[in-house]
Design a protein around this ligand. Structure first.
Ligand code: AMP
Ligand code: MG
Length: 473
């Protein structure tokens, strides 16, 4: 059957300032590595054999109905403002309205240079493509809003990086949209208020149809981002590059670069090789997202007739965000210790456990899972530190109806551990996609016990520890 993608494109109809229309730069020998058939079905995509899928999702063939374009945006990168970024190695093929009526973007990543490539080659290599594929699908299975992975295709061409030539690949990702805080910043910084307003109208219609004012939009995005970051923290996720161009207005996790999950719990953990000062360390994420929302607020101000009043109103919304995050955090972590409807009074119990975990070099995922399965004390350098906490916890749980069920739904057995990701990439470079397939399979059911995959729950041996992760650009 012929490949059919039911495109229904809207971003392309925005004014020319929003994008550059262009196709992908063809690659030599595309080969399909993985296609997400379940997601394709959700999107209403039908037909297509492996060869056709490889042609289309490498960018070699433009599918019927697509209107490829590179989106422009700006952004604060590590705190410094870049007035023009954009899709330097990505192309929006178009949008579909999925089976549930939600509009979704289909984007190629690694599809060749665009006017926004700056010094880059517009390409991606295999490692980061498989990494984003696995992590984004794992995040979805963990119940965390995220972009998805639809396809991975090897290009048959080398990509040059500092370490030498590496095999090229293209990832197809699906997103609620690719509108970023940085998209608003782009027009605000240029004082192109007509475009800023058009972007606002488009965003509201697409994501927040009930919203009537810029303040309401800000408030909605703040709510979703507060929730999102609390969810990240609850699974030990470190995004690694929380620049404003990597903060989606939809509230989805986007742009998996040097992201990583905690093994041993320590709140100041950093993996990214480029995050020298720990700006995006594990527990700084809750602070940085507020800073990012302040930048979003600033970009919205020109839409308000009365600047001073707007600044005051927006400031109040941003200042209220830390409390929102804290509430979400209480909720997420309270559930991790088995409390169905945690209140602020339970926060001390959680905080005490985390302090002991950090001191005891406890594995984040395995300690919480062990609260459910038993053996949590063995996760601590000094097991007595857990015993001292356990008595108070048990007393609190006596008031809960079914703490086991609450913990089972909040404490995954499986996360994409960094050393397993590195091993998976090593294997793929040697031509073996087995570990990639297996990670995808196991991580699609992270809350199930899966005794056959016990090896994937094991923290890294000293020789396996991953010290740094790279952007993969
Ligand atoms: P990131 O911080 O990874 O989200 O990327 C920041 C900016 O760099 C974005 O505008 C990307 O499109 C661009 N970029 C990253 N890698 C490349 C590449 N290999 N070629 C061209 N542009 C790139
Ligand atoms: Mg980015």
């Amino acid at each position: 059957m012929q490949l059919a993608i039911p495109f229904d494109n809207s971003y392309v109809r925005l004014p020319a300032q929003f994008h550059t229309r262009q196709g992908a730069v063809p690659v030599r020998a595309p080969r399909l590595l993985r296609f997400n058939a379940a997601l394709a079905a959700e999107l209403g995509i039908t037909g297509g054999d492996a060869a056709t899928l490889a042609q289309v999702f490498s960018g070699n063939e433009t599918p019927e109905g697509a209107a490829p374009l590179a989106q422009v945006y700006a952004g604060h990168q590590f705190g410094g403002f870049s007035p023009q970024l954009g899709d330097g190695r990505a192309l929006l093929l178009g949008e579909v309205v999925d089976r549930q009526g939600r509009r979704r973007d289909i984007q190629l990543k690694g599809s060749g240079p665009t006017p926004y490539s700056r010094m880059g080659d517009g390409r991606a290599w295999l490692g980061p493509v498989l990494r984003e594929y696995v992590v984004s699908e794992a995040m979805h299975a963990l119940g965390i809003p995220t972009t998805r992975a639809l396809a991975a295709v090897a290009t048959g061409e080398p990509v040059r990086r500092e370490t030498g030539a590496l095999p090229g690949a293209v990832l197809t990702r699906v997103a609620a949209s690719h509108i970023r805080v940085g998209t608003f910043q782009y027009f605000a910084a240029r004082r192109d208020i007509a475009s800023l307003r058009a972007l606002y109208d488009y965003t509201v219609a697409r994501h927040y149809p009930h919203v009537e004012t810029p303040a309401q939009l800000l408030s909605e995005v703040i709510r979703r981002q507060a929730r999102l970051v609390a969810q990240w923290l609850s699974v030990g996720f470190i995004h690694g590059v929380m620049n404003t161009d990597n903060t989606a207005i939809s509230g989805e996790t986007i742009d998996y670069g040097p992201c990583a999950f905690l093994d041993i719990y320590h709140p100041q953990t950093v993996f990214s090789s480029i995050d020298a000062h720990g700006r995006y360390a594990y527990d700084n994420q809750a602070t940085v997202i507020v800073w990012n929302m302040a930048q979003f607020a600033t970009a919205l101000v020109p839409l308000m007739p009365e600047t001073e009043a707007a600044v005051e109103e927006f400031t109040a919304l941003v200042h209220a965000m830390p409390d929102l995050i804290e509430t979400e955090w209480h909720h997420a972590f309270g559930r991790k210790i088995g409390i169905a409807a945690p209140g602020p009074e339970d926060a001390a119990l959680v905080a005490d456990l985390l302090t002991r975990m950090a001191a005891g070099r406890a594995d984040f995922t395995n300690t919480f899972r062990a609260l459910l399965e038993g053996g949590a004390r063995d996760q601590f350098l000094d097991p007595a530190a857990f015993d001292a906490w356990e008595a108070g916890w048990r007393a609190r749980l006596a008031r809960e109806a079914d703490p086991q069920a609450v913990m089972r739904a909040a404490n995954p057995a499986f996360i994409p551990r960094n050393h397993r990701m590195e091993q998976m990439i090593e294997a793929a470079l040697a031509g073996d996609l087995g570990p990639f397939e297996r990670l995808l399979d196991v991580l699609s059911r992270p809350f199930e016990d899966q005794p056959d995959a016990a090896d994937l729950r094991r923290p890294p041996a000293p020789s396996e520890v991953v010290q740094a992760t790279f952007c993969g650009t």
